[in-house]
Design a protein around this ligand. Structure first.
Ligand SMILES: Nc1ccccc1C(=O)C[C@H](N)C(=O)O
Length: 217
């Protein structure tokens, strides 16, 4: 099978020591170790960071102690056909009434563009952002989607005390991808690839998320 990529979007936020992270988490730190300028035959660097830095996936283990870790998640949740859709909310929560206006079907990977536009790239962590509300999460479970992607680093509001949105989604093993840079991506259908690293025991992983459209689609 020959597939020609006609459109390609890198929807990942750059990672550097300046990248904002969830308050209390470890910052991203990149450290060149072995270096050619010091006489070594190559450059080799290390990174240290929260697994929830910027564009990343959540494993069930993020909120469910005996849930699947990143090495065991079903990868089909993080790649394949996906729908980029815009959702206009009055407040900061995406509820069932908002999602019911979209063409959401069983097995979908839904990536939501919201009022969060611009928040991922201005260099600060925002505690106020648009995220999924309780009826919204329950609707997505009823619809049996396979993945939800959001355009800020929280699928759930910052001030949540019970993690109910994560629990609702992760108990049904719905893939969660957060921090998707959708600002310049037109609403449409795309092939998504946002694979997490196979980190044993991990509750999350940074992903390199891309969207593609193939010729003839
Ligand atoms: N790192 C954390 C530490 C404490 C509490 C939450 C987080 C989160 O990562 C929440 C998140 N970004 C999420 O919505 O999945």
């Amino acid at each position: 099978m020959k597939m020609k990529v006609e459109q390609f979007f890198d929807i990942s936020v750059p990672l550097s020591d300046c990248t904002p992270v969830w308050p209390g988490d470890n910052h991203f730190h990149f450290e060149p170790r072995v270096q050619i300028k010091d006489g070594a035959i190559c450059n080799s660097s290390s990174v240290f960071c929260t697994v929830h830095c910027m564009t990343h996936a959540d494993a069930p283990k993020h909120y469910i102690d005996d849930g699947k870790d990143m090495a065991s998640v079903d990868l089909s949740r993080f790649m394949g056909n996906s729908k980029v859709r815009e959702v206009i909310t009055e407040g900061d929560l995406i509820e069932e009434v908002d999602l019911a206006k979209l063409d959401i079907e069983e097995g979908d990977a839904i990536l939501l563009k919201t009022k969060n536009k611009g928040l991922l790239t201005d260099g600060v962590f925002h505690k106020q952002y648009v995220s999924i509300g309780r009826s919204g999460a329950e609707y997505l479970v009823r619809k049996k989607i396979r993945c939800i992607g959001v355009d800020y680093v929280g699928v759930e509001r910052f001030y949540s005390k019970d993690g109910i949105i994560h629990h609702t989604l992760l108990e049904h093993e719905i893939g969660i991808i957060e921090g998707l840079l959708l600002d310049d991506v037109p609403v449409g259908d795309y092939f998504l690839c946002a694979l997490p690293l196979k980190i044993v025991g991990s509750d999350g992983s940074p992903v390199r998320a891309v969207l593609m459209k193939f010729a003839g689609e």
